[in-house]
Design a protein around this ligand. Sequence first.
Ligand code: ATP
Ligand code: MG
Length: 395
Amino acid sequence: LPAQLVAAKPILEKINEAGFEAYFVGGCVRDMILGEELHDVDIASSAYPEEIKEIFDKTVDTGIQHGTVMVLDHGEGYEITTFRTESTYTDFRRPDSVTFVRSLSEDLKRRDFTINAFALDADGTVIDLFNGLDDLKKKQIRAVGKAKERFTEDALRMMRALRFAAKLDFSIEEATLEALAELAPNLEKIAVERIQVEFEKMLMGQAAGRSLMTMVEVGLLPYFPGKTGRIKASHLLELANYLQSAQPKNFAEVWTLYLATAGLNADELQDELRTWKLSREVMSTVNRLAPAIEKVEGLSVWDLYQINDLAETFLSVLAIIGVDESVRLSIAAQFDALPIRSAKELAVNGGALIQAGIAKPGPALGKILSDIEQAVVNGQVENEQAVLFDFAKGK
Ligand code: ATP
Ligand code: MG
């Protein structure tokens, strides 16, 4: 048993002692069997939330309406969710109601894929009701039950299929793939924030390229967030090709890769960024790197100075999109050679210029400071106070 599960085992035992069932479920069991690192340890139990709260001293209601209570133990928080079923999906996205049940099998049945529907008991026995172990061996993503029904209930599962296929380098089983192709239009009903989460994880996966190709093949692109036809299938296939050899490492790289290389004009890019409801930080990164990617071989020292805080993201994305190593090395060397990283590193500031009697407060001072910054960055003057005072006097 991996250390995280060993540490959490007493929680299962304590629930068992109180007369209820409890299991590790979901991704942690899958990742344990695969020998992958675990992210979060999820526990499912026949005990209702109120019952869990009676068993443990320290609990937090993190999602009690969905049946989730967090138990605090040796400085760790464990989410314990009551077995539940999700009944009647009328809008292709969220269950109309969640019903707590006492049966593990009912809970496992509502899960998306066979490899996500394992349970593991306190003795370390794996419960595999849908032949997920077989699918792990075959390296395939297969829906629990009838794929078309499952994707009709919740269209996000289509994105999740592509995400897990990319993450694990698995194929998508035939009936599941067929359902994806047939129900692709339902993706339009899904909130962009939920698609964003799965798409980001997909693009960071080892087999992201194949999932991108699948997206194109099954006809998912027209129902993807953004204006229809603006991001071309050819762009996805181009990315798929690049992603064979390297993957983006974080969200900033994901979105710079997807949007700043899509051949969009400035307005289209803004519109696309807004559609995806990206964080301000990611939006700013994409906005600042897009023009630099456009003219990668014609970047001045000043251009590089403007984006030097994003140097790592920039160079990673250039590597992924196949920009020649010689070009990238030269850009990296120019980043390293920058005399300053920001105006704060200048040996003078407005106050110093005023105190030395070289300038007076006002717009002219701003102009002098920006001239100094440019001259230092371009290597025309040294970043030393006396030198910069002389330079300023000449202005
Ligand atoms: P990760 O390691 O990326 O967190 P995970 O399998 O834990 O992978 P989560 O998105 O955290 O994935 O979901 C936890 C579990 O909840 C899944 O393993 C699956 O059993 C179930 N699940 C999550 N989302 C859905 C969904 N849309 N439909 C059905 N089951 C779902
Ligand atoms: Mg998880």
